[in-house]
Design a protein around this ligand. Structure first.
Ligand code: SF4
Length: 355
């Protein structure tokens, strides 16, 4: 029988916990998807419907590159928007292209009930051991949280590092070490040691640095290639970047009720996908006096398009500038940089004027 080599589409730094989950929980090989590049997007776009949102194209390109890297079992998640239909289409396109892979579409097991998790896991590996999965699951969940905590810290500080690249280097070591971890104690020690290392990195932060909050669509906000590495660009301008949206905040500790209450003066009904956190965070950044907000989304993302008039109301009420980026396969690097630089100049001038 062929050895199972599973994979899941790339998203930010989360390949480490996914690898641990598949290898220790299912006992299968995990093919870490190649990092997203221009080629990923080119392949994905070539075989995708033209008007589908960009995450579909990235996932498809990523699936093909992962098959080229040896994967024979592909897993696609469900989602609360069109993402929930993507698995079916991806599977069909890959079949039509002649790829012979086992495709597990978790959208079939959407309702978060234990029986659905069980059935979904069984489809990945029919003779899986529930005991092994139950043992590794809490470690994996904690790993997601630690990655998010570490990256929050980096966003607050990387723009002020004395030696360029210091945070990136420790971050890469951290992710690489996580891949070896199988026990919670090991994980806690590793996290503690790395937080110490991050805190020891020399930073020169001014007294009142610029602060920008990033809000927007799930994939585009979390996959740096798809947003032209916007967080890095902002950090290089000496800006503290705040981004609430990540896996632990949205999937593990989502304060949906509180958020809905918080934004009730602006919206009565949820508009799907990440619309609630987008509006909630914008309002929070506005109330806290951030210097600006950047809204990122994929071209054609309906839930995030619907949030824009609400964001404009928040911008008017709190006099906070919001820059809107809609990314697609054709987004020009020059256009992106020019708009970001103009936004930077504007928030610097506003800050100066307030002194
Ligand atoms: S949230 Fe928007 S961009 Fe993301 S998959 Fe859904 S519709 Fe597409």
């Amino acid at each position: 029988m062929k050895k199972l080599k599973a994979s899941f589409p790339h998203l930010g730094s989360y390949h480490a916990p996914l690898e641990v989950f598949f290898t220790a929980g299912f006992g299968v090989d995990y093919i870490v998807p190649p990092p997203i590049t221009k080629r990923t997007l080119e392949i994905g776009s070539r075989y995708s419907p033209d008007y589908v949102c960009a995450p579909f194209k990235y996932h498809l390109g990523n699936f093909i590159e992962t098959i080229e890297a040896g994967a024979n079992t592909l897993v696609q998640s469900s989602g609360v928007c069109r993402l929930g239909y993507y698995g079916e289409l991806h599977e069909q396109i890959l079949q039509d292209l002649g790829y012979k892979v086992h495709f597990v579409n978790l959208a079939k097991y959407k309702a978060p009930k234990p029986i659905n998790f069980y059935n979904g896991f069984k489809e990945i590996k029919p003779d899986m051991s529930l005991t092994k999965i139950a043992q590794i699951f809490p470690v994996v969940l904690k790993m997601f949280e630690h990655i998010d905590e570490v990256e929050d810290f980096i966003r607050q500080n990387v723009g002020f590092e004395s030696t360029i690249g210091s945070f990136d280097k420790v971050h890469a070591d951290f992710l690489s070490d996580l891949r070896m971890i199988r026990k919670k104690k090991e994980l806690n020690n590793t996290y503690r040691n790395y937080m110490k290392r991050f805190k020891e990195i020399s930073v020169k932060k001014p007294n009142n640095p610029l602060r920008v909050g990033i809000i927007g669509e799930y994939y585009t906000i979390m996959e740096p290639f798809s947003n032209h590495y916007i967080e890095k660009e902002l950090a290089q301008m000496g800006i503290i970047v705040d981004r609430w949206l990540n896996v632990s905040n949205t999937l593990l500790h989502y304060p949906k009720k509180e958020m809905k209450k918080h934004i009730e003066d602006y919206v009565k009904y949820p508009m799907g996908a990440t619309s609630i956190p987008t509006i909630d965070r914008a309002l929070d950044y506005a109330k806290k006096g951030y210097d600006g907000i950047i809204h990122v989304k994929s071209f054609g993302c309906t839930p995030e398009i619907d949030t824009i008039p609400v964001l404009q109301n928040i911008s008017n009420d709190y006099k906070i500038p919001i820059l809107y980026f809609s990314f697609d396969t054709q987004t020009s690097e020059t256009g992106f940089t020019t708009r970001l630089e103009a936004f930077y100049d504007m928030i610097v001038m506003r800050k100066e004027a307030k002194k």
